[in-house]
Write a protein that binds this ligand. Structure first.
Ligand code: PHE
Length: 346
């Protein structure tokens, strides 16, 4: 093999041994770079005669062309390899099914709240909203539950790091009952100087207590009810609440029991139990609300004369009602946000 052929040959070998474009460019420099072997041969022609230059030059050029052809082929091969690797890494499976947008729906407790509002609205009740961060006076004192009264410990509360005018910290309301006094005040103000209609309102919303297990959550829901007028009796409470429960559960033979109890803000007081006559819960008494005749001290704190105004209040648990209506056995499911649970209520 002559010198030129052997240079071409070793260039081909060096190029095919280059695994990356950078290695290939280094190999190229050895042959056709500024001080590459072909370049050196060209420089060496200066001393030759004109005829020798012609033949020698043509031969070197052929070798150079062969080297450049090999170089370009290898460049193309490396670029192809790189493209294949990239295509593989970014591959898309166009046969995968697309992502569907499922229709949304209301949370089961929201469905219950809507249902409660609808039923009570049909009985002439207003629906009111109130603050979750509440003053001590509204949560307790106005409800005939003064500081240091032992009944407060039944509602062990979350306190907020803000003091009220009385120097007592605000609390996350442990029940919706503060809305009784708040709504009465707003009602009186609204009808100032005019004939004041009876107070008939429900107040649904979030409430907070130090409680956490399968049937209690530190954040839960309540719905307060208040009917106050000149001639509203315990009989009206029984009628209204029985009517509500039978409509809510779509069951005409649902039984109700008013079991004597104690709340500082009602006298007399009763827990309300219900009993299904059929279905999986048939025969069991299930507690759904606290209730009673509004205590005269509370009527006075509303700014009304307890000799003139009388009525009842109740507080029920929409979370509990939702569990009973749909057969949910663990309250915590409401707050997990698991679509397998939630989508069943769509
Ligand atoms: N606030 C009471 C509770 O949370 C329920 C209740 C409301 C009782 C209204 C009587 C009247 O337990």
């Amino acid at each position: 093999m002559n010198e030129l052929d052997s240079i071409v040959d070793s260039a081909r070998q060096a190029f095919s041994g280059a695994a990356t474009p950078a290695e290939l460019e280094n190999a190229k420099a050895l042959f056709v770079g500024k001080s590459g072997r072909i370049t050196e041969l060209m420089k060496g022609m200066a001393a030759l005669s004109v005829d020798e230059k012609k033949t020698r030059g043509a031969a070197i050029n052929l070798a150079k062309q062969a080297i450049e052809a090999a170089l370009n082929a290898r460049r193309q091969a490396l670029a192809d390899e790189e493209l294949q690797v990239q295509l593989k890494a970014e591959s898309l499976d166009v046969t995968l099914p697309g992502r569907k947008r499922e229709p949304g729906g209301l949370h089961p407790v929201s469905l219950t709240m809507e249902r409660i509002e609808l039923i009570f609205a049909s009985m002439g009740f207003d629906v009111a909203d109130g603050p979750e961060i509440e003053s001590d006076w509204h949560s307790f004192t106005s409800l005939n539950n003064p500081p240091n009264h032992p009944a407060r410990s039944m509602q062990d509360t979350f306190y907020v790091d803000i003091n009220g005018d009385d120097g007592i910290p605000y609390n996350l309301r442990p029940h919706t009952s503060p809305m009784q006094v708040r709504y009465a005040h707003a009602h009186i103000k609204k009808y100032a100087g005019r004939d004041m209609p009876e107070i008939r309102v429900i107040a649904p919303g979030r409430t907070y207590r130090v409680d956490s297990d399968a049937t209690h959550s530190p954040m839960f829901h309540q719905c307060e009810g208040l009917w106050l007028g000149e001639n509203v009796s315990f009989k009206d409470l029984k009628v209204v609440f029985t009517d509500f429960c039978r409509t809510f559960f779509e069951s005409d033979d649902l039984a109700l029991r008013f079991r004597p109890s104690f709340f500082p803000f009602t006298e007399p007081s009763a827990e309300i139990d219900i009993q299904f006559q059929s279905g999986p819960l048939a025969g069991r008494w299930l507690e759904v609300a606290g209730s009673g005749q509004v205590h005269p001290a509370v009527v006075r704190n509303m700014g009304l004369d307890p000799e003139k105004y009388i009525g009842f209040a109740f507080g029920m648990g929409p979370d509990r009602l939702t569990m009973l209506r749909y057969g949910v056995n663990d309250l915590r499911l409401y707050f997990d946000g698991d679509v397998r649970f939630l989508s069943q209520f769509r």
